[in-house]
Design a protein around this ligand. Sequence first.
Ligand SMILES: Nc1ncnc2c1ncn2[C@@H]1O[C@H](COP(=O)(O)OP(=O)(O)OP(=O)(O)O)[C@@H](O)[C@H]1O
Ligand SMILES: [Mg+2]
Length: 318
Amino acid sequence: MNAIETHDLTRNYDSLCAVDHLSLSVNNEIFGLLGPNGSGKTTTVLMLTTLLRPTAGTATVCGYDIVREGEKVRQQLSYVPQDMAVDIKLTGRENVLLFAHLYGIVNPKDKTDEVLSIMELSDRADDLIRTYSGGMRRRLELAQALVHEPAVLFLDEPTIGLDVAARKKIWEHIGTLRKNGMTIFVTTHYMDEADQYCDRVGIVSNGRVVALGQPSSLKSQLMTDVITAKISGPFVPLEVEGIQFVGQKDDEITFTAENGKEALPRIAQSLTENGIQVRSLSLREPTLDDVFLHAVGKQEEPHHFNDQQFRTMLRRRK
Ligand SMILES: Nc1ncnc2c1ncn2[C@@H]1O[C@H](COP(=O)(O)OP(=O)(O)OP(=O)(O)O)[C@@H](O)[C@H]1O
Ligand SMILES: [Mg+2]
């Protein structure tokens, strides 16, 4: 039995299909669900945690059906949502204790001490949350999620808005939970983190899975070298034989080619011939970012409302 199984899981919001026939199996691993803004990650997590009813399809968590056996499903899982899930007017200990009581834990005080210690928050347990850093708040949310010893942990963007050290720490904790047998289902926008810490990833676009597998095998499946060019001024698409244009992010253009060394001078020549000023050209092996761009397609509108930044701002509110 897999910890999570979905078959053609689908969710519509009126005419919009947010999750479109999603079929996945996840077991005893850190599984990363990746995808652009609005691709259906949170909607998927909400369905799997029984907070939202699917429009069609089925899914089980630890063998229990998410629609027919909601209560059993909820006993197996914990969920740390994308947005802040702690009460800033309480202390860390009070927040966790509240969860322990809600879950009907037998020794709520001992359990609270234990999970606060696991998340390295014992020293600050009696301080108000409003004095916690973003990383500490996130760890407290993890502590809350651990009080009833779930088999499956859902984390929606656990490291958003945190600094490098705080992100590393969160992932180390997630790794320890995984080693102790927990299944972790995590969404993230940070490709480097998914690459480093997830056993497998699924990339979704418009609610559909467009790539699935171990980060290393997805990268090697690209079977290409990546050439990036930094340019000044506007870019016009080039037609160069054997070279694919992957995408543009600010002033950086990305191409792929089977033989990068051979392609590099031809790209340089074509850029110059098209009047494009090149500041630098470089060649490297593919990263998960490239897999993502390849699977999801070109960047969305560059001046789109940046809701990630907005949410980060909200998370920091005191
Ligand atoms: N309650 C809702 N009513 C209507 N549409 C919704 C609702 N919630 C989400 N959507 C839409 O469903 C789609 C998927 O949203 P979802 O929040 O699942 O995406 P996401 O991948 O989690 O995005 P992000 O990376 O920004 O968190 C989006 O087009 C979104 O606008
Ligand atoms: Mg989301």
